[in-house]
Design a protein around this ligand. Structure first.
Ligand SMILES: Nc1nc2c(ncn2[C@@H]2O[C@H](COP(=O)(O)OP(=O)(O)OP(=O)(O)O)[C@@H](O)[C@H]2O)c(=O)[nH]1
Ligand SMILES: [Mg+2]
Length: 283
């Protein structure tokens, strides 16, 4: 799915990129992205700062404002970090992978069928408990999750202290604190994302124990789903929904829509205009 690229084009022969200053720079690539090394998705509840993270990393200008539901479709952009090119996808806010509204469905489809190399769940540090619902659902389907605990400045202002170390330990995935509005923590976020992708940071997300009978039923259903929709990522999640009596999923499986979803996620998404905002040199 992702296409490898040369990290530093035109580098002289024998040059050690890792020692040059620009190597550790975060370079905003806007929409200039024909090839990339890794695909990262930004998911999270509405109004948690996903588009702010996206804009700071890419230099694009996704709509940002202090009310939920601004982002209504997928947007994508690029940046280079430590010599690696990332394509990043900004998703509409969603409370749950089970939600049925149109923009939430866009997020759900990309999370489940877009095959990102890492999913960054952007959470509001002042309302962590509510935000963890989606994070836990995402952690059920993939190991490659990083929790971005954003709006840390608001939390500090309200006297809320987030123990990121304990949270990471309890969830089994890395948690990084950020203030997307100023760029604080974004390098650390990307460093962590890169380490999760290359496997140098191992994750072990906490998951619910499925009763043996349900597990057996899932094991029976998954091959049937894979027969109807070959190559469908997360067939186990689909099987779970079928067992739960989700009629929309059943319909989508029977009419072939589900089988097309992975392909649909590869189509170019809406891109935002370049912004003058830059976090070059900021932390
Ligand atoms: N104080 C503070 N405000 C932030 C931070 N990150 C984002 N914001 C503000 O929070 C509001 C929501 O930010 P967005 O980036 O639009 O949030 P979103 O998650 O993309 O929202 P939806 O697309 O509606 O789901 C905006 O007013 C941002 O300026 C932060 O770290 N600190
Ligand atoms: Mg948004």
């Amino acid at each position: 799915m992702s296409t490898p690229s040369n990290p530093v084009p035109n580098a002289p022969a024998g040059h050690d990129c890792s020692t040059c200053a620009s190597f550790s720079h975060l370079e905003q690539l806007g929409i200039r992205l024909d090839t990339w090394d890794h695909l990262v998705a930004l998911a999270g509840n509405p109004n948690t700062g996903k588009s702010s993270v996206f804009n700071a990393l890419t230099g694009l200008k996704q709509h940002v404002g202090n009310w939920p539901g601004k982002t209504v479709s997928r947007a994508e952009g690029g940046f280079r970090f430590n010599g690696t090119r990332y394509k990043i996808v900004d998703l509409p806010g969603t409370y749950s992978l089970l939600s049925a509204s149109e923009d939430e469905e866009i997020s759900r489809n990309f999370i489940l069928f877009g095959q990102p190399d890492c999913i960054v769940v952007v959470a509001d540090a002042t309302a962590l408990e509510r935000n963890l619902n989606l994070a836990l659902q995402v952690m059920e389907i993939t190991d490659r999750v990083v929790l971005c605990v954003n709006l840390l400045d608001e939390a500090r202002r309200k006297g809320i202290e987030v123990d990121l170390r304990s949270l990471s330990r309890d969830l089994g995935v890395p948690c990084v604190g950020t203030v997307a509005r100023t760029g604080e923590g974004l390098r650390s976020l990307m460093q962590t994302v890169s380490e999760v992708i290359d496997g140098s940071v191992a994750t072990k997300p906490i998951r619910t124990q499925v009763p043996a009978e349900v597990d057996a039923a899932l094991a029976e259903l998954v091959p049937m789903i894979e027969e109807v929709a070959p190559g469908l990522p997360n067939a186990r999640w689909v099987a779970f929904r079928l067992l739960d009596g989700d009629l929309r999923i059943r319909e989508a499986l029977l009419n072939g829509d589900l089988a097309h979803l992975p392909q649909d996620q590869q189509r170019p998404a809406i891109t935002a205009a370049p912004s003058l905002v830059s976090i070059h040199g900021s932390q």
